[in-house]
Design a protein around this ligand. Structure first.
Ligand SMILES: Cc1cc2nc3c(=O)[nH]c(=O)nc-3n(C[C@H](O)[C@H](O)[C@H](O)COP(=O)(O)OP(=O)(O)OC[C@H]3O[C@@H](n4cnc5c(N)ncnc54)[C@H](O)[C@@H]3O)c2cc1C
Length: 469
């Protein structure tokens, strides 16, 4: 079978873009989450293909349906739930060659291929005075296709500008049966009611492969920045609850780092280490004075919870340094502890935020495996989201590392059921299937299975991911 698959793929995409090279396999079958550290050679793919358009992808799917071979779409492989891995032997379909960006100011939208990085789109838009309403921490590497599959806001606060899906006007998609579908609108009004786009944005790659993304152009807004330092993490949580209760406009970004993360991040960014934990934000406005007013209102609210210090950040350069301290925190921690990072996503409902952060402060006590492992707490607190993060010791064997990661997903499930929901950063299935089943019940899970079957009767696309890893 291996030869047949490889030969067929070569015929479809050309020899150069069908690879059976071992290094390409490894490169395209693991993602950023550090479990299953021993590669199962039996499950390595038949081939990694890099098609250039929908027609080639359609042919690949038609062949896969005939031969009953699963297909796993692949963006940049930065996903953290295992969804970009291939639990069964199959074809890895890389979108890396579909990487165009067209900005159409006449229509008021841009279109891009799924393989282009979030950062490239962001930069291209910024040059023309527009702004991309998507910001995962991995934006320099992560692809627009991966972002569509997760409908992930990343650092952006949903309550400020919504989810990426709110800006998607339409898509081109190859269905798992090989048919090509266009959805949505070229107008600036998104279709209401039954809009097929909804089946593919945030689809966890279960219903089709997105090959063209059309999003509304958003004029860049003005920003004003602020920062506060607190002795207690719980006071930060109280301040955020206050922000929502006192109707202060939610900022675009609002990040939190506990004392230990603040120290590591600020040191690494060559900033003076402040006292306590930190919370910093970027408020938006259509004019500089509106942005500044919004930032001041937010600082006033933070001040009510008795920070050590709360102040406006006047210079963009200073903001960029502080932002960098947060952006590089994972890399800084990995460097400091010389190992691979790992951590879940905990999302709280507003009334539970203080209790949630209190429990997260004792996260390491939830399982004996965390004994002697420092846990750093940071996250998008404006979106009520936290990432308690630890570094896997290099001298642990793979079995022990795997046990810690398993414990994390169990804690994630338990805490998200208790405090809020899974925000779905990185996706809802793969390692999170268990959460989904508990949160939405067997009926909810079964409905997803049935929806998938409608789109993918032979279960070709991402076989095994919905079932859980
Ligand atoms: C350091 C770091 C920071 C991160 N920060 C964030 C963050 O702030 N917020 C956040 O949400 N995530 C974050 N992530 C996780 C990850 O980067 C995002 O989920 C990202 O959107 C995945 O994009 P990708 O191109 O790497 O996708 P991949 O990992 O390649 O794939 C992810 C999923 O998308 C599917 N997929 C890819 N392309 C397509 C397509 N064209 N059509 C259909 N399905 C497709 C894959 O099959 C898979 O199921 C972070 C990861 C790292 C390593």
């Amino acid at each position: 079978m291996t030869d047949k698959v490889y030969e067929t793929m070569k015929n479809i995409v050309g020899k150069r873009y069908a690879s059976d090279n071992f290094f390409e396999f490894i490169n395209n079958t693991i993602d950023a989450y550090p479990y299953e550290l021993d590669l199962d050679r039996e499950k390595l793919p038949y081939v990694v293909v890099k098609p250039q358009n929908e027609e080639e992808i359609s042919e690949i799917f038609k062949f896969a349906n005939k031969e009953n071979i699963p297909i796993y779409p692949r963006g940049s492989g930065t996903g953290l739930t295992g969804a970009a891995r291939s639990p069964e032997k199959g074809i890895i379909l890389s979108t890396s060659r579909i990487n165009f960006i067209n900005i159409d100011t006449d229509y008021g939208y841009f279109e891009c291929g799924p393989g282009v990085t979030v950062n490239s789109v962001d930069m291209a838009l910024a040059k023309q005075g527009f702004f991309l309403p998507v910001y995962p921490g991995s934006k320099i590497v992560a692809s627009m296709g991966g972002m569509m599959a997760g409908n992930t806001s990343g650092h952006i606060i949903d309550a400020c500008i919504g989810k990426p899906a709110d800006y998607v006007l339409g898509l081109k998609v190859v269905l798992p049966t090989g048919e090509i579908l266009e959805t949505g609108s070229k107008a600036l009004r998104k279709p209401s009611g039954t809009d097929l786009t909804k089946f593919f944005v945030g689809n966890d790659a279960l219903t089709g492969v997105v090959t063209r993304i059309r999003m509304r152009l958003v004029p860049a807004m003005q920003k004003s920045f602020g920062i506060a330092y607190f002795e207690e993490a719980q006071s930060v949580a109280k301040a955020v609850v206050r922000m929502y209760r006192e109707k202060v406009p939610a900022p675009l970004f609002m990040e939190f780092m506990d004392k230990a993360s603040t120290k590591v991040g600020f040191e690494h960014a060559e900033l003076p280490v402040p006292p306590g934990c930190s919370i910093f934000f970027a408020s938006l406005g259509s004019s500089k004075s509106e942005a500044s007013d919004n930032a001041q209102r937010l600082l006033d609210v933070l001040t009510k919870e008795n920070p050590i210090r709360a102040e406006e950040i006047k210079e963009l350069e200073e903001w960029m340094k502080i932002w960098t301290a947060r952006e590089i925190i994972i890399a800084s921690l990995m460097q400091k502890h010389n190992g691979q990072f790992t951590g879940p996503e905990i999302v709280s409902a507003l009334p539970n935020l203080v209790d949630c952060i209190k429990e997260l402060e004792n996260y390491g006590e939830k399982d004996p495996i965390f004994e002697n492992i420092p846990v750093y707490l940071f996250g998008h607190i404006g979106a009520l989201t936290f990432h308690p993060t630890s570094i896997l010791p290099k001298d642990w064997d793979n079995d022990k590392k795997r046990r810690l990661v398993e414990a994390e997903f169990e804690i994630e499930t338990e805490m998200n059921l208790k405090f809020g929901t899974c925000g779905g950063e990185w996706g809802q299935f793969g390692k999170r299937t268990e959460f989904f089943r508990q949160r939405y019940g067997e009926k909810g899970y079964d409905l997803v299975r049935q929806v998938k079957k409608v789109f993918d009767p032979n279960n070709i696309l991402c076989r095994g991911v919905l079932e859980g890893l």
